[in-house]
Design a protein around this ligand. Structure first.
Ligand code: ADP
Ligand code: ASP
Ligand code: MG
Length: 813
């Protein structure tokens, strides 16, 4: 004997039922078969909706009834040849009339008890199973049997408990009867009756259980659960795109996974088949050739530390706290008794070792009732103030990792909580089953998707890590970065196992957030169709999307953008800033951002603030981290100024050389930031801060060479003013040339003091041979006392700056 159960989607319509028939006919060649079916997909919900409408006095219930009838009639018409339809069509109509009678009664009374609810939903399975039995009769001899006559339960309508002794007797008697000639039986799942014959149900999803009850009672050779996925998977495939099939799993593991939310099997299903050690398969009606999952006693090892991850929403945490519990036995007994008296199901329990508090996780639906019951139970202690009134937290969820091998592998909980912590998921309560087969954590409901995905990645996917980028600024540098990201994507996936996804783009005008990722081949067009830009909304969307491994990349020079870093870091989003404003703001702000990054376990990186793509800050940090001390830094840090003084010899006006630097994209949007030395001051300040110095802009001396009048007005006015001072610049040049020196705008940091200014540099000096827009930084340290460590190369330009930002992104990864 074998039992095959087909779920709602497997029998949703005539096309699917045809697939079911061919699967059963194939399987039926070997053995007698019991087929258990659910209602047509969605019908149970529709029936409940119908009942609720009727009870609320909403006449709309009649329309819902009509839809239910039509759907079943249509199914019959496309499933069964015309000549054979009449008996089943009239059966469907008759059954629907009975349903209507019940609903009319509910409408008139304006009341829907759980007993009547069970009556109403039972029509779903009654209809589907009778239609399917008729369809089988076109091919082979088949008997329909009403499972309400076989499965006997208590009176707990909606989720009744099975009386196994009576049920097993009846099941035996019927299926093993000598008079029973059929080799194929079709029965409705989910429905049962109490000992007086009134209809009950086994709980939502209960058709799986019906099948398991039959299989166990008959010691069947196999139970097969046919559904719409190819077996149990390492996580809910609707939450985790990379969820993988689990080919072999133990009964206990399957039970834990389903208990904690893996909807693919109704939790009580496993117990009866486990007791009888009946091999149980989960198979896909729409891909019967796929292996599926075999649930068995001793499954094969699969090399993973755990077998699967599951999650449950709508959780509330009820906590009882107070000194009155310490050392006094019986508290937990009273707590659980008060809950069980109210028929409240406890999903998870934790007790602090100080015995100061007990917390239990329940379905949110039960939370208020539970609080009332427990407060009542401990009324005396609460009045005496040895216990606090019960607290209830809602909007929570549970994630659980499950596997038989946990007990022999230490460190699994460390890995689990490390992963959650790194991704900013805070854990409200923890429980580890004493079987050491599962570890579960209560977290905020909003974090579930992220938590499940990061855990899945960590435990199952050695393949790649997904990074979500949110980029502000798509100008020169931003545009180049997007091109580099697109070009490198395949390489990163293959060699670093990193998948970079741009999930958001914003400019001052437009913004676009797509958690599935923005097509980098077409970002300009997509962004132009995006919504109107609003920085705070962009940030809120990053936070609300709550995607794992998120990085915010600021490639603007905008002051307001620099003010959102703190919010992002506090939401565990890393920040990569090309924008210098935050790091060159007040020391306190710079320090706060660095501290937040440490506190929230994310990165705050800004390599391109100094020397564009050159590894200046990275080198400095490497030196310090490895124990070296920075004695002195000497540097040319302005690509613009170096370009200008390298190209100016009096033959062309100074203003023209500056304009060329701007046109070639080396200057800040306002070139005066470069020429006044302000930009260089910001850079040396950042290096000084990274060397451990608490320093502000006003602590830096600046020997300004730009006439003060050039600082007035807008950029075009500045160029006009610059022309007027040609003689001043020529004089600066000539004085240097007379001493065989070049002019270099040098930044220095030594003994806690920083300065910037124009200097005469002779040929012997390390700074002399520096061409074009290059930058150079000389680090004098304990380990490099006389010959400095030198970092030198192009210090401006979109392509190199973009590559520096790219490097920071990878560092954050
Ligand atoms: P049926 O109607 O056949 O009983 P269900 O909808 O009850 O089917 O269960 C199958 C669904 O369970 C799948 O479509 C899948 O989305 C969901 N599911 C949740 N967790 C898991 C998991 N760990 N493995 C497989 N499926 C899962
Ligand atoms: N039809 C019932 C439900 O939707 C039982 C089942 O499908 O297993 O819950
Ligand atoms: Mg199901």
């Amino acid at each position: 004997m074998q039992v095959l159960k087909f779920g709602g989607s497997s029998v949703a319509n005539a096309v699917n039922i045809q697939k079911v028939i061919s699967i059963v006919l194939q399987a039926g060649k070997q053995d007698s078969t019991i087929v258990v079916v659910s209602a047509l997909g969605g019908i149970t919900d529709t029936l409940l909706d119908c009942g609720a409408k009727a009870a609320n006095g909403d006449e709309g219930y009649k329309e819902v009834l009509q839809k239910i009838e039509t759907r079943h009639l249509e199914t019959v018409k496309s499933l069964i040849p015309v000549t054979q339809q009449s008996s089943i069509l009239s059966l469907v109509k008759k059954t629907c009339n009975e349903l209507e009678d019940v609903c009319t009664g509910v409408f008139l009374l304006g009341e829907l008890s759980s007993r009547t609810k069970d009556k109403i939903v039972s029509f779903g399975e009654l209809l589907s199973s009778q239609i399917i039995a008729h369809a089988f009769q076109q091919h082979t001899f088949c008997t329909w049997k009403d499972s309400r006559e076989l499965i006997v339960t208590d009176d707990n309508f909606g989720s009744a408990k099975v009386d196994f002794e009576e049920t097993n007797n009846r099941v035996h008697k019927f299926f093993n009867s000598k008079d029973n000639l059929a080799k194929l039986f079709v029965t409705p799942g989910f429905i049962s009756s109490n000992k007086h014959g009134a209809g009950t149900t086994l709980g939502r999803g209960g058709s799986d259980y019906t099948a398991a009850i039959f299989a166990a009672a008959l010691s069947a050779d196999a139970l097969q659960i046919w559904t719409d996925v190819s077996g149990m998977m390492t996580a809910d495939p609707r939450l985790v795109a990379n969820a993988k099939n689990i080919p072999h799993i133990s009964y206990q593991e399957a039970m834990e996974l389903s208990h904690f939310g893996a909807k693919v099997i109704y939790p009580p299903t496993i117990q009866p088949v486990m007791t009888k050690q009946i091999p149980t398969w989960v198979k896909n009606t729409f891909a019967p050739e796929d292996f599926g999952t075999l649930i068995e006693t001793a499954p094969l090892e699969n090399g993973s530390l755990i077998r699967g991850i599951s999650s449950m929403n709508n959780i509330a945490l009820l906590s009882l706290e107070g000194s009155g519990m310490i050392g006094i036995p019986g508290f937990s007994k009273r707590l659980f008794e008060s809950l069980s008296n109210e028929k409240i199901n406890v999903i998870l329990i934790t007790q602090s070792s100080s015995e100061h508090s007990i917390s239990v996780a329940l379905n949110t639906f039960d939370a208020d009732k539970a609080k009332e019951a427990v407060d009542r139970q401990f009324d005396y202690e609460i009045k005496l103030r040895v216990l606090e009134p019960v607290t209830v937290e809602k909007d929570l969820a549970i994630v659980a990792v499950v596997g038989d091998h946990m007990r022999s592998h230490p460190g699994i909980s460390g890995k689990m909580f490390g992963t959650l912590g790194r991704n900013g998921v805070s854990v409200r309560a923890i429980a580890q089953g004493s079987s050491e087969r599962n570890i579960s954590a209560v977290i905020a409901a909003k974090d579930v998707r992220k938590a499940i995905n990061v855990l899945h990645e960590d435990f199952f996917e050695t393949t790649y890590k997904q990074i979500n980028l949110f980029i502000a600024g798509t100008g020169n540098v931003g545009g180049k970065l997007l091109a580099q990201l697109q070009q490198q994507a395949a390489f990163l996936q293959e060699h670093l196992r990193v998948q970079l996804k741009v999930a958001g783009l914003a400019t001052s005008k437009k913004m676009l957030v797509r958690s599935e990722g923005i097509d980098l081949g077409n970002w300009q067009e997509l962004l132009s169709e995006g919504e109107k830009s609003n920085l705070q909304q962009f940030v809120d969307q990053i936070k609300n999307n709550n995607l794992r491994n998120s990085i915010f990349v600021d490639i603007t020079a905008n002051e307001t953008v620099a003010t959102v870093y703190d919010q992002l870091l506090q939401s565990s989003v890393s920040v990569v800033a090309c924008n210098k404003i935050a790091c060159s703001s007040r020391y306190q702000n710079y320090k706060k951002l660095k501290d937040l990054a440490r506190e929230y376990n994310v990165s705050f990186l800004f390599e391109t603030n100094v020397g564009a793509g050159l590894p200046v800050i990275g080198t400095l940090n490497d030196l310090r981290r490895s124990g070296d001390t920075i004695k002195k830094i000497e540097a040319v840090l302005s690509g613009t100024l170096n370009f200008v003084f390298n190209n100016y010899d009096g033959s062309r006006p100074f203003a023209e050389v500056v304009k060329q630097a701007q046109d070639e994209g080396y200057t800040e949007p306002d070139p005066r930031l470069d020429l006044s030395g302000t930009d260089v001051m910001r850079k040396i300040m950042i290096l000084a801060r990274e060397s451990g110095e608490k320093i502000e802009m006003e602590d830096i001396s600046n020997d300004v060479f730009l006439p003060a009048s050039c600082m007035e007005g807008d950029v075009p006015a500045f160029y006009e003013e610059l022309k007027k001072h040609e003689a001043h610049f020529k004089k600066l040049y000539d004085e240097a040339a007379a001493q065989k020196c070049k002019l270099k705008f040098v930044a220095k940091f030594e003994n806690g003091k920083a300065s910037v200014g124009l200097q005469h540099i002779n040929e012997q000096h390390d700074l002399y041979h520096l061409y074009g827009k290059d930058n150079i930084v000389l680090f004098y340290t304990n380990r490099y006392p006389s010959q400095p460590l030198v970092v030198k190369g192009a210090g401006a330009g979109a392509e190199v700056t973009a590559s520096g930002v790219f490097a920071d992104i990878l560092r954050a990864v």
